[in-house]
Write a protein that binds this ligand. Structure first.
Ligand SMILES: C[S@@+](CC[C@H](N)C(=O)[O-])C[C@H]1O[C@@H](n2cnc3c(N)ncnc32)[C@H](O)[C@@H]1O
Ligand code: SF4
Length: 509
């Protein structure tokens, strides 16, 4: 697909808007061949009063065209960048509506964190009803999505009250899995040769964890949440798990944490012994993820475990006494349909886990599915919408509330991922990540440290700085790492961050 972006319009943003109406579209570089005749042309002008007028022309594969206009009148608290994005988004929305006869449910909101936009409005004094209206009138969200967004924002504002200003959290990455699921593009090592690196990886990881916790103590911060994520953290043997968690326990008293998650994940890696180690070291939340309870779907997505494995692992998790169990599901998986998905959800609800997270199937660039079939959206998009609608209705009616929301690109039906929880059992770390409530220090391959600062009574983060670790375990291990040098580097970065008054744009659009 061809994008013609006028002066001052970010081409990447125009591509994101195009994908609202052309899901899965590819945008070849100028010198590359493009056999897709679809086009999107966007431009934007500003008058003397600062009012913006944007224009969009859209052409479909069959040659049919439509145009649309979008305006934006200057408003307090809206940066010039956001204003331009809104005007251009509205023009594209109008052209797409005309050309395809559909209105994307998320309107012109293309960012990863839709609830953050609503939370900002809510924090600046709008009530929940006004927040809904704001999301509808400014961003063109459907009634359902505006209501979802406002509910999540309200839940997050409430959860924020648990956090003291000197708090931070820690993420620990275990990028190893027993095998690779066909739909997944997370960095994860799965072959026996690469899995044999785990002990060496833990040596390095534990040194880094030490440096991070010493830095946290030196800067007088307090740890709110620890999240051990993957990959599949329960790929570690009980002894390896003990090494990792006992290293953490040297620096923090688990009783003082608000939450301690070990993501676990794949049911076929969960054993009583591993969960006993988790419980011993104060873990309060784990995930046991079937994704689907249809064995046909599980086979189709290369999950290498059955629905029975899930029920077995869930039983072990329940017996372990760990406070919260989360169950991850995916709507719109290849081979799934509404009947199978709703049956999966109903069976999961019968178990009454405290958290259920419903993801929408996302065709990631490096995923095998994209190479096999570009029709994936057409095949499953329709049913995925029904599945997501059903999940939101069913879970609300069964006593769960949405508290965590994010969106990804290349998702079936342009749908969202929503975390639901019983009141008082929300996964706080997830909220901290989405709302960027405080700094999160990342340890391990692929981990990202985010330094975040808020002004007292601010409605959004004042500035954010990322420090990115090597992506792959082999790069991470190749690093000439010294814990004391790393600790010093982190301290210097933090000092520089405090002094830097550059207002980094928060990632909410
Ligand atoms: C980081 S993954 C790790 C979880 C764990 N390894 C597992 O597979 O159970 C976290 C969650 O992201 C979701 N996920 C992964 N790939 C996805 C995709 N392509 N589309 C939608 N959700 C996806 C799954 O629900 C998964 O449980
Ligand atoms: S187990 Fe989880 S992280 Fe690992 S490949 Fe499968 S979906 Fe990805």
């Amino acid at each position: 697909m061809k994008i013609i972006a006028g002066e001052g319009i970010n081409e990447y943003y125009a591509q994101t808007l195009a994908m609202l109406f052309f899901p899965g579209a590819k945008f070849p570089k100028q010198h590359e061949e493009d056999d897709d005749p679809s086009e999107l042309e966007v431009s934007c002008t500003e008058d003397a009063e600062g009012n913006l007028l944007a224009f969009a022309r859209m052409k479909r594969e069959d040659g049919k065209e439509a145009c649309g206009e979008g305006t934006f009148v200057p408003m307090a608290g809206v940066t010039p960048q956001r204003a331009k994005k809104l005007a251009v988004g509205r023009a594209v929305f109008a052209a797409g509506k005309e050309l395809f006869g559909v209105q994307p449910p998320w309107g012109v909101l293309t960012g990863v964190r839709p609830a953050k936009v609503a939370a900002e409005f809510l924090a600046s004094g709008g009530g929940i009803q006004k927040t809904r209206q704001f999301m509808r009138s400014e961003y063109f969200l459907s009634q359902k999505k505006a209501a979802l967004c406002a509910s999540v924002a309200a839940a997050d504002m409430k959860l924020k009250k648990q956090l003291a200003p000197n708090m931070c959290s820690v993420y620990i990455s275990i990028p190893f899995c027993p095998s690779r699921c066909a739909y997944c593009s997370f960095v994860s090592y799965t072959t026996p040769r690469l899995l044999s690196m785990i002990d060496e990886y833990l040596d390095r990881l534990i040194e880094e964890i030490g440096a991070i916790f010493r830095h946290i103590a030196r800067t007088e911060q307090r740890v709110a949440c620890i999240y051990v994520g993957g990959g599949t953290p329960t790929i570690l043997s009980p002894e390896q798990m003990k090494r990792l968690l006992s290293a953490v326990s040297e620096y923090v008293n688990a009783d003082e944490l608000l939450e301690f998650t070990v993501e676990a994940g794949r049911p076929d890696t969960i054993t009583e012994e591993k969960l006993a180690v988790c419980k011993q070291y104060g873990v309060t939340r784990i995930s046991v993820n079937p994704q689907s309870l249809s064995d046909a779907v599980l086979e189709n997505i290369g999950r290498k475990h059955t629905s029975m494995d899930f029920f077995r692992a869930y039983g072990i998790a329940k017996e372990s006494g760990i406070r919260d169990i989360n169950v991850d599901l995916i709507a719109g998986l290849p081979g799934d349909n509404f009947t199978r998905f709703s049956r999966t959800l109903d069976r999961v609800c019968e178990l009454e886990p405290s958290n259920i997270t419903v993801h929408s199937f996302c065709v990631k660039k490096s995923s095998d599915f994209l190479r096999q079939s570009t029709d994936i959206y057409k095949n499953s998009g329709g049913d995925a919408v029904k599945c997501v609608d059903y999940s939101q209705l069913k879970l609300r009616n069964t006593g769960y509330k949405p508290y965590y929301l994010y969106r990804q690109k290349n998702t079936v039906g342009n749908l969202e991922n929503v975390g639901f929880a019983r009141e008082g059992h929300e996964g706080l770390y997830n909220v901290i990540m989405m709302e960027e409530f405080h700094s999160v220090y990342g340890a391990g391959a692929g981990a990202v440290t985010r330094l975040v600062s808020w002004k007292p009574d601010g409605v959004k983060p004042e500035k954010i700085k990322r420090i990115i670790n090597p992506k792959y375990p082999y790069e991470y291990l190749r690093d000439d790492f010294s814990a004391s040098a790393f600790e010093e580097k982190l301290f210097e970065a933090e000092e520089a961050f405090k002094l830097d008054d550059k207002n980094a744009e928060a990632e909410n659009e």
